[in-house]
Ligand binder design. Structure first.
Ligand code: ADP
Length: 367
C-alpha cells in the first residue's frame, strides 16, 4: 500500500519565547512512499523524524496537511483504525508474558467480529514468530532473550495483525554493534518477505543507506532530499546532505573559480565551466587519485592500512578541517616517509556548493 504525505506540517507550542513559542517539527512534507518499499527517514536528532512517524501512525495529529494510505484519507483516524504496526527502540515487551503471549496480545485486544477464534490467533502468532525465526522460543520470557531476539518479538507483535504499514522508530539503537548489523538484515528480509510498506527512522546514515529502497534526509523539520541511497550519495542537493552521508565523511575546502579553473588554495585542480566566484568544494574520500604529478598537494600526516583500502590522512591550508582523508586501493604504494602527497581528483566525486546557501552548484567538471 502506498502512503501519501501531502503538505504535512506539525507545529508544537513551546515555552521558548525566542522562537515565538512554537516549534516547527515538520514543515510542508510531500512524499508518496511507494507501495511495498522500505523507506529510511534519516537526519540528526531533533530533525522531525519521530514526529513524522507519529503523524503517519496517528499518535500525533498534523497542524496542516493530509495522510493517505492508498486512496484512504486516514488523517483523522485514530491509530487503532489505521492498520499500522509500530516498533520502538525500547522493545516495550510485557516482561511477565511469554514470547507467545506477547505476540498474541494485539489479537486478544480485538473486539467483536474482528476478534479471531483461539485457533486462528495461535496460527497467526506462530506465523508471525516463524517470520522472525522465533518459533522455537515461544515459551520464554523477554528477560531470557538477547536484545536482538527481544526486538524480533516486538516486530512479530507488530506484524501479527498484518498491518497495512509498518513503522519502526530507531529499532536498532539498543543493540550492540554485531546484533545491530544482524538485526538490520533481518528487518530487510522480513520486509521483503511480507511486502509491507515500511518506514524506518534512524539517525545512522549507514544503517539507512544499507537497507532502504529510498531514503529521506531531513534537517530542522525540512526534507532536504529523497531518493535511492546511492543516488543521494552520488548526487547530493546541498552541503548538508553531502556532509550527512558517507563514512569517512566528505572533505571540505574553501575554493574559487578563476578563469574557468577550480582553485583550491593556489592550485588549479580542475577545469570548470563557471564564471568567477567563491565556492565550497566537497571531495569524497574516494575521489582522490594518488599521482606524483597530481594537481593537489597535501602535507602527509599518516597512512592507515585497512586491508583492501589505504586511508591517507593529510592536511591542506584550504581544507576547512585540520585533516583530510583520502581512501585509495591498497595496491597503490604510499611513501610513508614523504612530507608531501599529491593527488589528482575524480570529477564525479567533487561537488561545488554556494558558500552562503550551501546549495549544490551544478557544473560539468573535467580533470
Ligand atoms: P527526531 O525524531 O528527528 O529526533 P522529533 O520529531 O522528536 O525529532 O522532534 C522534532 C522537533 O520537535 C524537536 O525540536 C523537538 O524538540 C520538537 N518536539 C517533539 N515533540 C514535541 C512536543 N511534544 N512538544 C514540543 N516540541 C516537541
Amino acid at each position: 500500500m502506498k502512503v501519501v504525505l501531502e503538505n504535512l506540517t506539525k507545529r508544537y507550542q513551546s515555552g521558548n519565547k525566542k522562537n515565538g513559542g512554537e516549534v516547527l517539527a515538520v514543515r510542508d512534507f510531500n512524499y508518496e512512499i511507494p507501495d511495498g518499499k522500505l523507506v529510511g527517514l534519516l537526519g540528526p536528532s531533533g530533525c522531525g523524524k519521530s514526529t513524522t512517524l507519529n503523524l503517519i501512525c496517528g499518535l500525533e495529529n498534523p497542524t496542516e496537511g493530509k495522510i493517505y494510505f492508498g486512496e484512504d484519507d486516514v488523517t483523522d483516524l485514530p491509530p487503532e483504525n489505521r492498520g499500522v504496526g509500530m516498533v520502538f527502540q525500547n522493545y516495550a515487551l510485557y516482561p511477565h508474558l511469554t514470547v507467545k503471549q506477547n505476540i498474541l496480545f494485539p489479537l486478544q485486544n480485538l473486539k467483536g467480529k474482528d476478534r479471531p477464534t483461539k485457533e486462528e490467533m495461535n496460527e497467526k502468532a506462530l506465523e508471525a514468530a516463524r517470520l522472525v525465526q522465533l518459533e522455537e522460543l515461544m515459551d520464554r520470557k523477554p528477560k531470557e532473550l538477547s536484545g536482538g531476539q527481544q526486538q524480533r518479538v516486538a516486530i512479530a507483535r507488530a506484524l501479527v495483525k498484518r498491518p497495512r504499514v509498518l513503522l519502526l522508530d530507531e529499532p536498532l539503537s539498543n543493540l550492540d554493534a554485531r546484533l545491530r548489523l544482524q538485526t538490520r538484515e533481518e528487518i530487510r528480509r522480513i520486509q521483503r518477505e511480507t511486502g509491507i510498506t515500511t518506514v524506518f527512522v534512524t539517525h545512522d546514515q549507514e544503517e539507512a543507506m544499507s537497507i532502504s529502497d529510498e531514503i529521506v534526509v531531513m534537517q530542522a523539520g525540512v526534507v532536504q532530499q529523497i531518493g535511492k541511497p546511492q543516488t543521494v550519495y552520488d548526487d547530493p542537493k546541498n552541503l548538508f546532505v553531502a556532509k550527512f552521508l558517507g563514512t569517512p565523511s566528505i572533505n571540505l575546502f574553501d575554493g574559487k573559480i578563476q578563469s574557468g579553473k577550480l582553485m583550491i588554495g593556489e592550485e588549479a585542480v580542475m577545469d570548470v565551466a563557471l564564471s568567477d566566484r567563491k565556492v565550497t568544494v566537497g571531495i569524497r574520500p574516494e575521489g582522490f587519485v594518488l599521482f606524483d604529478g597530481g594537481a593537489m598537494s597535501c602535507k602527509l600526516l599518516r597512512v592507515e592500512v585497512m586491508g583492501r583500502d589505504v586511508s591517507i590522512v593529510s592536511s591542506h591550508p584550504a581544507c576547512q578541517a585540520d585533516q583530510l582523508r583520502s581512501i585509495i586501493l591498497s595496491e597503490n604504494k604510499v611513501d610513508e616517509e614523504a612530507e608531501t602527497v599529491r593527488f589528482d581528483l575524480k570529477p564525479g566525486k567533487v561537488f561545488l556548493f554556494d558558500i552562503e546557501s550551501g546549495d549544490r552548484i551544478e557544473v560539468e567538471a573535467h580533470a
